[in-house]
Design a protein around this ligand. Structure first.
Ligand code: AMP
Length: 492
């Protein structure tokens, strides 16, 4: 029976008026289709097959590449204490000031005894208990502010400090997982999205500050994009210097902005006061001609930073990785030093950055750790898959079933299950129908899932211990003994 949605009951949440009649007719009243539908929250989405095959293909390829560069996986929690991001990402960044999913997490004990404390507090106020001698509620609450991670560098550096990973020398980490930002969703921009992160971090004595590490990580990204099948990427490169360079640069920027900032967007007016470097993040078209006239950081690099940047470029030239210098490329986060980079791709439109990254030599200290120079990047996996889907269909990377088994007639499901188990031991992809299906229906199902062969398991076949195997594309049909089935199907 097909159920129709009853508008009145959806709105009122009450059983429809005719439900009594249904009961009288001894029909079972259904409520399932009368509830409002629940959708995934704004900015999140379900990744479904066959698209998930593209995601798996990307992740498997990425893991292979990381292995070749001797990177190892790290998995950190999806939520961390809010302070980690406030300190590690910077309180005046858009991420921290506007986009974090944050909540207060009171201890369970407090939850349990909340009523008790409310009663005690009321008794004190009403004079039934003497005031004084009690610890204030806030102490006892010990509540913690937690945040869903908006990025993963801060979490990885926190783990580096917490586990004293400098004792291992240079650490080369990668991680793959979801990030959360409360942004306005649009194509390529989500509230839950996925990043592939890599971080190289360790004591300077272990070579963590060397320009060779910067060049190696850039080469790794280039290899990774090539291997995934993304061509026509552009590597944009810059050096944002060290904190001392930036003080000088900020002063110069402030001076250059002073006469023109009043004509710029509200965000730029704020940035000019709080952090002039961020003016370069501005995407407002009217502001771009002004931004084009501002001084660039390259004019303010000290000797050491300049040499470092030169050496990165020399190594890139030597391994033949193309790049374009973009002196206006600054990263949105406070802890970046020296090398800053972005890989972009034309196919992505407005959201054209596939990934961004750079060096963050001061981050460990900002998080209470020892000096630990580092460099890393985060690839937006959603955008990587989006770019890839323009050239590769999910179907092209899915392994279609090698064989579809059609059990034919009563009692054949158990025989089919046995054959399937034997074939799967040979690493064949096997799917099965049901003994109640007519042969025509099994053929349709096998076709629909793109199986190469269909195998008939009926009473006669079981008795003969040999099965009808039909190649779907050519229509060729053979009877194959059970013991030879796997080898036959493995032959393309
Ligand atoms: P960021 O951590 O801001 O440097 O971002 C690194 C990469 O993550 C970007 O280049 C994007 O590809 C991706 N990314 C950042 N925010 C989002 C988002 N809201 N939705 C999808 N991808 C994102």
């Amino acid at each position: 029976m097909k159920h129709r949605i009853d508008k009145q009951s959806v709105e009122t949440g009450l059983a429809p008026s005719h439900s009594l009649k249904r009961i009288a007719n001894s029909e079972r009243p259904t409520t399932i289709d009368q509830r409002p539908m629940i959708k995934s929250p704004r900015g999140t989405r379900d990744l479904l097959p066959p698209d998930t095959a593209l995601w798996n293909f990307v992740e498997a390829t990425v893991r292979d590449v990381f292995r070749a560069y001797n990177f190892h996986e790290i998995r950190t929690p999806i939520f961390e204490s809010t302070e980690l991001f406030a300190r590690g990402v910077g309180e005046d960044t858009d991420i921290v000031s506007k986009e974090m999913f944050t909540w207060e997490d009171p201890p369970r004990l407090f939850e349990q005894y909340k009523k008790f404390y409310q009663d005690v507090t009321a008794a004190i106020i009403e004079g039934r208990l003497p005031a004084g001698g009690y610890r204030p509620l806030s102490d006892l609450a010990g509540s913690q502010s937690l945040t869903l991670r908006p990025e993963n560098t801060a979490g990885i550096v926190r783990a580096y400090i917490e586990h004293k990973l400098w004792e291992r020398g240079l650490n080369k980490f990668f991680s793959i997982g979801p990030m959360f930002r409360r942004e306005r969703p649009q194509k390529g921009r989500y509230r839950q999205f996925y990043q592939i992160d890599a971080e190289v971090i360790g004591p300077a004595a272990a070579g963590s500050q060397s320009p060779a590490r910067d060049a190696e990580i850039l080469e790794l990204v280039a290899t990774l994009l090539d291997r995934v099948g993304i061509t026509h990427w552009t590597l944009e490169l810059n050096s944002v210097g060290c904190p001392a360079d930036r003080v000088k640069f900020n002063e110069a920027l402030q001076q250059a902005l002073a006469p023109v900032v009043a004509t710029m967007c509200a965000d730029c007016q704020r940035r000019a006061v709080t952090n002039p470097l961020r003016v370069f993040d501005c995407k407002v078209p009217q502001d771009q001609p002004i931004i084009a006239t501002l001084p660039t950081i390259s004019q303010f690099l000290d000797e050491a930073c300049r040499t470092h940047y030169e050496e990165v470029k020399q190594i890139l030239n030597s391994v033949e990785i193309p790049y374009v210098e973009n002196p206006r490329l600054v990263r949105g986060l406070d802890y970046y030093t020296r090398t800053a980079f972005e890989f972009t791709h034309g196919a992505l439109g407005a959201q054209n950055a596939i990934l961004g990254g750079g060096r963050y030599d001061g981050l460990s200290e900002a998080l209470g750790g020892p000096p630990a120079p580092g460099i890393g990047f985060a690839i937006g996996e959603d955008r990587l898959v989006l770019t890839l889907s323009a050239t590769a269909s999910a179907e092209s990377v899915v392994r279609q079933p090698d064989v579809y088994i059609a059990p034919l007639g009563a009692g054949m499901n158990r025989e089919a299950a046995r054959v399937a188990r034997e074939l799967r031991r040979h690493d064949l992809v096997v799917d099965l129908g049901d003994e109640s299906f007519r042969l025509k229906k099994s053929f349709e199902a096998a076709d629909k899932m793109g199986a190469r062969y269909i195998l008939i398991v009926g009473e006669n076949e079981v008795a003969a211990d040999a099965f009808a195997l039909k190649h779907l594309a050519s229509g060729e049909q053979l009877t194959i003994p059970r013991t030879e089935l796997a080898q036959r199907i493995l032959r393309k």
